[in-house]
Design a protein around this ligand. Structure first.
Ligand code: FAD
Length: 479
């Protein structure tokens, strides 16, 4: 028996042949959502419980086989795709689907890692509570993936990233031990915070199998508006005005360039823009805890003030929930419209909000010098200083020629981010896509400290090699 067949037999013994996939059955798990990376694996395994995850991990550790955790495979940094060596086992958490408990007195819910985010939101709503994490991929991404990437989304402004929404974790270590850290505590200063180490670690330290999450009261009314703006400076000024006017009720403030929304209506003609085209748009959401009428009145007062101050050019306020959803749908369709149009060069950057307008102005000009005619598809969570600052090829350039300039584009964009005291990955993580970039911008000491944590928690280097840190795997599998 070869070592590969003995490993597959051992995995089959632990979780059943139906859940050890090879060949065509494994293929969908080996390419990422953007189709930028395709890897190979000895098998894709689908354990159905924490105990089965532990058994799989112990088995892989005994065989010295690397593992790649995977949730919904919607990640945008190639972090859930194995390298091309074919040595790894992909562990899909999709069968860990249970909502284990909802505690409405404590405002928490405990869910398994493979639960789809949308199902978790619905389970919270059924208990008359809000789970506020919200991403355009929420119909496919999993809570385990959200935790492993510390996902952001559209309500970070009010409720924080996934990190702020998680009180406790259950984790399987690379050797197959189970750490039960499912505490529903808002205060717990008993030593190092292991939970926060695993959150955002992109599957490089252990496998998250369950989490205890924070819940919030459901808002009584939600008001949504789309506004047209002349410039990013005006968007930043409107954000400040909205913060002052709405306080903690401001739950979303998204910015989108006119070019982004024009792309959406071009690629998806069933959608339409309710306002004439404009250089920039902002999407505002306010959640009111008193009443529909109260929420709407405050909303109209603040936006009328902004119109009178000539800060905004035009406003459409959603008259009902369906209209509000249609406005959000425009925003959420930008990534899909970009994928439909072809491959592009994506950046997920953050800079201090006070520097964001200057960042966009300076970097747009530098990119035009580099690739004249390239189109910026810029949109994102302005309330968090986070932009998806994407670049699409000029019509005169072929896709391969454009993609060959990726690292030149990175250099311009990321050097500019660095010069503006920002981050090269605000919410999507590092994965394999930005692994080498990380080295350029983090200090040697910060990299060394990260390496020491990795070595302490994963001494054999079997957890998701080649992701986040250089020198932990066989290298790029980019296609
Ligand atoms: P995967 O893609 O399967 O995995 C992502 C990483 O997490 C990998 O490193 C993987 O190894 C690790 N991982 C997965 N599950 C586990 C686990 N149980 N234990 C340990 N490690 C694990 N992201 C945002 O932050 N904000 C957005 O607004 C946003 N919008 C998006 C819109 C679209 C259309 C798409 C396609 C993606 C978007 N994303 C966004 C990116 C993506 O959806 C998130 O990163 C999401 O959190 C990934 O979850 P997943 O279950 O798909 O994880």
């Amino acid at each position: 028996m070869t070592s590969s067949t003995s490993l597959l037999q051992a995995l089959t013994d632990r979780i059943g042949a139906d859940h050890v996939l090879t060949g065509d059955a494994a293929a969908p798990y080996l390419t990422d959502w953007r189709q930028r990376y395709t890897g190979a694996a000895q098998a894709v395994v689908r354990p159905g419980s924490t105990q089965e995850v532990a058994a799989v991990m112990a088995c892989c550790a005994q065989h010295g086989v690397p593992v790649v955790p995977q949730g919904g495979n919607t990640g945008l940094a190639g972090a859930a795709t194995p390298d091309a060596s074919g040595k790894a086992v992909v562990i899909s958490l999709q069968r860990l689907q249970q909502i284990r408990a909802i505690d409405t007195d404590n405002d928490t819910m405990t869910v398994e890692a493979g639960c789809i985010l949308q199902n978790v939101q619905q389970a919270a709503r059924n208990a008359d509570r809000l789970f506020p994490l919200s991403l355009a991929s929420e119909g496919s991404c999993t809570v385990g993936g959200n935790l492993a990437t510390n996902a952001g989304g559209t309500q970070v402004l009010r409720y924080g990233n996934t990190r702020e929404l998680a009180l406790g974790l259950e984790v399987v270590t690379p050797d197959g031990e189970i750490w039960d850290g499912l505490r529903g505590l808002r205060k717990d200063n008993t030593g190092y915070d292991l939970r926060d180490l695993y959150i955002g670690s992109e599957g490089t330290l252990g496998i998250i199998t369950a989490a205890t999450l924070r819940l919030y009261p459901l808002p009584v009314a939600v008001c949504t508006a789309l506004v047209a703006l002349r410039s990013m400076d005006d968007a930043v000024a409107l954000l400040a005005r909205s913060r002052a006017g709405f306080g903690a009720s401001l739950t979303g403030f998204e910015v989108m360039s006119g070019v982004s929304l024009e792309l959406v209506v071009r690629m998806f003609p069933q959608q339409s823009l309710p306002l004439p085209t404009s250089p920039w748009f902002a999407l505002l959401e306010v959640s009111d805890s008193e009443s529909e009428a109260h929420g709407r009145e405050r909303f109209e007062t603040v936006l009328e003030g902004a119109l009178e101050a000539d800060l905004v050019q035009d406003v459409v306020i959603a008259a009902n929930i369906a209209q509000g959803r249609a406005l959000w749908h425009l925003r959420e369709s930008i990534s899909l419209a970009q994928s439909a149009e072809g491959k592009n060069i994506k950046h997920d950057i953050s800079v201090p909000i006070s520097k964001i307008a200057q960042y966009v102005r300076t970097t747009d000009a530098l990119l035009q010098d580099l690739i004249p005619g390239a189109r910026n598809i810029t949109f994102g969570h302005l309330g968090d200083g986070n932009l998806h600052y994407n670049l699409t090829r000029p019509e005169t350039m072929t896709e391969p020629d454009f993609l060959a300039r990726q690292y030149d584009v990175y250099r311009v964009v990321h050097d500019s981010v660095h010069a503006h005291q920002g981050s090269i990955s605000a919410e999507h993580g590092i994965g394999q896509l930005k692994r080498d970039e990380l080295l350029r911008y983090k200090s040697p000491l910060e990299m060394a400290l990260m390496r020491r944590i990795k070595d302490a928690l994963d001494p054999k280097g079997l957890m998701n090699p080649g992701k986040v840190l250089v020198g932990t795997g066989d290298g790029d599998s980019a296609v």
